[in-house]
Design a protein around this ligand. Structure first.
Ligand code: ZN
Length: 362
């Protein structure tokens, strides 16, 4: 099972496409990111695979690598899923097809960054840019404490000041400031961008090609970094109490869908511009149910230092090669731990969750 985990974007992409070749009745749709090459000079593509009857009315859609770096775990999962369909361990119910999208954000995947080629967090980019972008004045307060420090002394002073801010403003406000998303500081964390990004348009193209005239779409956007170590953590974005939301409860368990965990006991942030909302708008009239599903990696403080490492790798020009390698390793460990138990649990649990979604459409 551990062989499914790749060390590079190229390796992950090749394994995914090779596994797709071994599955009957697949169609592949690859889109190349123009103007950028990967970390080893490779071309960067978002690859979508449609499996099953083209006229199937119900579709399970699973995405990997919206936050590039997090794709190392979910790429392994999607490739394992393809193999399981190929060797018939997993069977698609009649009238059900599957769409897998590999490396929604291929740039981040290749460079081991969460954000895309423009430092945009794609999971905040699906808003209507013809109207004013959502304001997040709290983020502006903590931004100088989170980003920009280059020396250990400065970082320590900032960390101290940030703790002070949290003790005054409360954890709820901290998580909202950080995770709601922000549209004003382009070099900051969880920046939603000032326009629709290439990956956003590419996903719309996938929906145009594969997801029109469907009755129902079950959607999973796989992520890592939130929740208990090695365990699935569900962020369902259907309206609580709606029939779609109840369907998610039936599919994956009400306790999981209603959980309050994952934010260190704080409320769930409001989040703007989610891929979930974007894809929902791209599939027309289809009933749309699903969730972002995370696998927990490290405690929240450490996840936040992973976000900071990601930011420094992009913007801190004073980094030595050794520091750069250390930060990369830190970011990687925060979003795709090397521990084999973690890696095995993610695959097993991820396949189980996918099968439940398939059987809910039976
Ligand atoms: Zn994520």
């Amino acid at each position: 099972m551990l062989d499914y985990y790749s060390q590079s974007y190229d390796e992950a992409r090749s394994a995914f496409l090779a596994a797709a070749k071994n599955v009957a009745q697949t169609r592949v749709f690859s889109q190349e990111l123009p103007g950028y090459l990967g970390a080893t000079g490779e071309t960067l593509t978002q690859d979508a695979v449609y499996i099953g009857d083209p006229h199937a009315k119900q579709v399970l859609v699973m995405l990997c690598g919206t936050h590039g770096l997090e794709g190392y775990a979910s790429s392994a999962l999607l490739t394992a899923f393809l193999d399981a369909v190929g060797n018939k361990t997993i069977a698609l119910p009649t009238g059900v097809a599957v769409v897998l999208v590999h490396a929604v954000n291929p740039y981040g995947f290749s460079y081991m960054l969460r954000t895309n080629e423009r430092n945009v967090d794609l999971n905040r980019n699906f808003i209507d840019f013809s109207t004013p972008t959502p304001a997040n004045p709290l983020y502006a307060q903590i931004h100088p404490l989170l980003c920009g420090a280059t020396s250990p002394q400065q970082q320590q002073a900032n960390a101290h000041a940030l703790q002070q801010w949290i003790s005054e403003q409360g954890k709820n406000n901290f998580f909202r400031a950080l995770f709601d998303g922000q549209y004003d500081i382009a070099e900051g964390l969880i920046y939603g961008g000032n326009a629709r990004q290439w990956s956003n348009h590419a996903l719309e193209n996938v929906a145009q090609k594969f997801l029109q005239h469907k009755d129902k779409v079950v959607f999973i956007d796989w992520h890592t970094g939130l929740g208990e170590y090695g365990q699935a953590f569900y962020l369902c974005f259907n309206e609580p109490g709606s029939s779609e939301w109840r369907e998610c409860c039936d599919m994956w368990g009400q306790d999981n869908i209603e959980t309050k965990a994952g934010f260190d006991g704080s409320e769930r942030p409001k989040y703007s511009g989610l891929v979930f909302n974007g894809v929902r708008s791209f599939v027309g009239e289809a009933r749309f149910v699903g969730a972002v599903i995370e696998f927990g990696t490290t405690p929240p403080e450490y996840t936040i230092s992973g976000l900071q490492a990601d930011n420094r790798l992009r913007f801190d020009t004073s980094l030595s090669d050794a520091e750069r390698e250390r930060l990369k390793a830190e970011a990687f460990d925060a979003f795709c731990p090397l521990a084999s138990a973690w890696r095995q649990d993610v695959l097993q649990e991820g396949l189980r969750i996918s099968e439940r979604a398939l059987h809910s459409m039976n």
